[in-house]
Write a protein that binds this ligand. Structure first.
Ligand code: Z5A
Ligand code: MG
Length: 212
């Protein structure tokens, strides 16, 4: 019998919502229960394209807004062959940000509409589950000040949140909103439950195409 495919699980959310913390914990828990699981993150700053993005985020370089949007998308597409291979081999991928961050962040800039921002990512592997870690700005502020990177300011993040809310209206994507104000352990329990369900469902379904 062919091996059952892994699930594509994405964590999204505003700054400091706990995405990276929760991705790591989820991978650990899945591995400890004997399931093959790996973490990925976007942007993946290790590739040639990722290094261009990283320099832009660190404000070491300036890039035209459309150009950097397409680079973020290209950074996902360049990893698609690897993602598909791992999923086919039965490995569940836990992904820290994906195309939803791409569309939400660029469309928060003046002169960009959500639809244009989504187009370059149409057809990417479709996540079996997208968990949006919801955290209000006051609670996020308690987790530390914004850093030095681009986009790390309150007004911009508020617009990003609104764009995420628009994206969550799309019922073709399996969105789950997670209360990220709870303790790390409580959030983890919630995320693990949703993920185990998604893994069970995904193994009997073909991988979909995003926004198609
Ligand atoms: N971007 C884009 O424009 N286009 C794209 O296509 C993509 C991304 C993919 C870099 O992303 C930027 O790129 C980002 C979007 C843009 N810009 N912004 N803003 P990144 O993923 O590298 O950003 P990050 O800085 O790693 O992630 P983050 O959003 O700031 O944080 P997080 O991963 O959600 O949270 P965390 O690091 O797990 O936790 C933050 C702190 O809170 C930390 O001290 C934790 O210990 C603490 N924490 C976590 N959970 C809890 C709970 N439950 N209670 C209390 N404290 C907690
Ligand atoms: Mg993070």
């Amino acid at each position: 019998m062919a091996c059952k495919r892994g699930a594509l699980i994405v964590l999204e959310g505003v700054d400091k919502a706990g995405k990276t913390t929760q991705c790591k914990k989820l991978v650990q828990t899945l591995q400890q229960s004997g399931r093959a699981a790996e973490m990925m993150r976007f942007p993946d700053r290790t590739t040639t394209i990722g290094q261009l993005i990283s320099a832009y985020l660190e404000k070491k370089s300036d890039l035209e807004d459309h150009t950097v949007h397409l680079l973020f998308s290209a950074n996902r597409w360049e990893l698609v062959p690897l993602m598909k291979k791992k999923l086919e081999q039965g490995t569940t991928l836990v992904v820290d940000r994906y195309a939803f961050s791409g569309a939400a962040f660029t469309s928060a800039k003046p002169g960009f509409c959500l639809d244009w921002c989504m187009q370059p990512d149409v057809g990417l592997p479709k996540p079996d589950l997208v968990m949006f870690l919801q955290l209000n700005p006051a609670e996020a502020a308690l987790r530390g000040q914004f850093g030095e990177e681009r986009y790390e300011n309150r007004t911009f993040q508020r617009t990003v949140q609104q764009r995420f809310e628009e994206l969550m209206k799309d019922s073709s994507v399996n969105w789950q909103v997670i209360d990220a104000s709870q303790s790390v352990e409580e959030v983890h329990r919630n995320i693990t439950n949703h993920s185990l369900n998604a893994i069970n469902v995904a193994q009997n379904q073909p991988l979909g195409e995003l926004w198609k």
